[in-house]
Design a protein around this ligand. Structure first.
Ligand code: BG6
Length: 487
């Protein structure tokens, strides 16, 4: 069982409490931390949203997303539900909800306070202004913002300005929930707590890097948002670029939040801007049409959203980091919805052996496979001799660290870890303003080229690994996507 470090008493105010994120992720995350004894009795959970609703009705609504069942869990839920307060309140700020909130919070200005905006980013500025107007930005307040922070560099900067006018940067926690995942945090440990990899971790030892975040689900209930966003803004700007940073960054001097974030920022700054003239080779953009996913027929994206959409549901990118460590090493990124399976992994492909005496090298380079989800684990692919009575046969086999086999414990969901990190004031798992804006600048370069009509939108059948052009992007350089599952 992991050691639990209880956090100081806090008040959390969840704005947008009747929305999907709050009900599906945040309240369950708080409940689980409560069950594990990490949240003290004198902490408070205030749920706020525009809907007029009785407190009991909100507690019942929250329960439908928990399934407390019977027995001990149900008892724990009853205790926890008692802690859930509810307030109807409007961002425009003119109703009595704000005064009630101010009354509830008054007298405790030194207590840690979290304002979680589970709301569209377009109203972050307005919400912060309302908090300031009602004197609610007490010295120990922290504001938690969900991605996406804006939809391009300019909107991100505007949001950051407006939030920054009310809260200091060290009170702003910009969530990228990938940074809360157990296996993503382990990337830092794997790289910087082992001596083994670092000497090879550069263009002398590594041929290329692949980052895949594949989902089997479609746009689903968030189609409205997704159709305005697309895979590049929804996934690459944040999750994939954060993964790339953790793989490519220089060793920070310590785990101090600013030491880590400054190194990540340097990677983002060194990302080579995609040249609009080469965009067709460097970026593959596609949308799923009908197909079969896990044995079930599903409709195409445009049918799902109900109009002829040009939004990409898949994007594949060949990126370069222009610095000494990574000169000449391509980073291939891909993400998509309605792919063959849910699978997120990072493949570090090492260089071929310099001289092959046994026929082992080509097609069997060493690979480090970091499996983020599901079946979390780390595999190091090696060539070994196939044991036998005579003759020399070779086998390509994994040294396998499977989390499920190795660690006989579950581990918390990303949101549980992130919420506790906000209470502790640990900013390392959150994006700094300059990281977000620099990532947008790079993404904007791709979007500008798309807007100039220089990239085709390909199709791929739902339930596959994306369009053939994504495989071609690697094949042109005599490489292929490595599917660790079939190795
Ligand atoms: C979110 C995206 O940030 O991440 C979603 O907005 C996506 O579109 C989700 O489905 C994926 O997260 P996870 O944790 O399921 O890999």
């Amino acid at each position: 069982m992991a050691e639990l470090v209880p956090v100081d008493p806090f008040d959390i105010i969840v704005f947008g409490a009747t929305g999907d994120l709050a009900l599906r992720k945040l309240i369950p995350a708080l409940f689980h931390r409560w069950c594990d004894g990490q949240i003290s009795e004198d902490s408070r959970i205030i749920c706020a949203s525009r809907e007029e609703m009785e407190r009991e009705a909100f507690q019942t609504l929250a329960a439908t997303h928990i399934n407390p069942g019977e027995g001990q869990r149900a008892d724990r839920w009853r205790e926890f539900a008692e802690k859930l307060d509810y307030l109807a309140l409007d961002a425009a700020g003119n109703n009595s909800g704000w005064s009630k909130l101010a009354d509830t919070l008054s007298g405790d200005a030194q207590k840690i306070r979290l304002y979680y905006l589970a709301l569209p980013p377009s109203i972050y500025g307005q919400m912060c202004a309302a908090l300031a107007r009602h004197g609610l930005n007490s010295p120990r307040s922290r504001i938690v913002l969900e991605k996406p922070i804006g939809s391009n560099f300019h909107t991100a900067r505007e949001i950051n300005d407006r939030v920054g006018a009310v809260f200091p940067e060290d009170g702003i926690f910009r969530i990228d929930h990938y940074l809360g995942k157990e296996t993503v945090q382990n990337l830092l440990i794997l790289r910087f707590a082992n001596h083994l990899f670092e000497p090879l971790w550069n263009s002398n030892g590594i041929d290329h890097v692949q980052v895949t975040v594949a989902e089997s689900l479609g746009a689903g209930q968030r189609a409205d948002y997704y159709d305005r966003s697309g895979a590049l803004r929804d996934m690459v700007q944040n999750h994939l670029l954060q993964l790339l940073c953790l793989v490519a960054m220089e060793p920070p001097a310590s785990l101090d939040p600013d030491a880590v974030r400054t190194e990540k920022l340097k990677v983002l700054r060194a990302l080579r801007r995609i040249d609009p003239h080469n965009i067709a080779q460097d970026v593959v953009r596609a949308q799923y049409h009908e197909g079969v996913v896990s044995g079930e027929s599903v409709t195409g994206y445009s049918d799902e959203v109900g109009h002829d959409s040009r939004t990409e549901t898949f994007v594949g990118i060949r990126a370069h980091i222009d610095n000494w460590r990574w000169a000449g090493v391509p980073f291939y990124l891909r993400t998509g919805k309605r792919m063959s399976a849910r699978r997120s992994e990072i493949i570090i492909q090492f260089k071929d052996i310099p001289h092959d005496i046994v026929g082992a090298g080509h097609n069997h380079p060493n690979r480090l496979v970091i499996r983020l989800q599901p079946d979390e684990g780390v595999k190091l692919m090696l060539v070994t001799k196939d044991p036998g009575p005579g003759g020399l046969r070779l086998r390509y086999v994994p040294l396998n660290l499977s989390y499920a086999e190795h660690f006989d414990q579950g581990y918390p969901d990303a949101y549980e870890r992130l919420l506790m990190a906000v209470v502790r004031g640990n900013l390392s798992l959150f994006m700094r303003r300059d990281e977000v804006e620099t990532a947008w600048r790079w993404i904007d370069g791709i979007i500008d080229a798309w807007d100039q009509g220089q990239t085709q939108l390909y199709g791929y059948p739902a339930g596959t690994d994306g369009p053939t052009q994504s495989a071609l992007m690697l094949a042109r350089e005599d490489r292929e996507w490595f599917d660790a599952h079939h190795s």
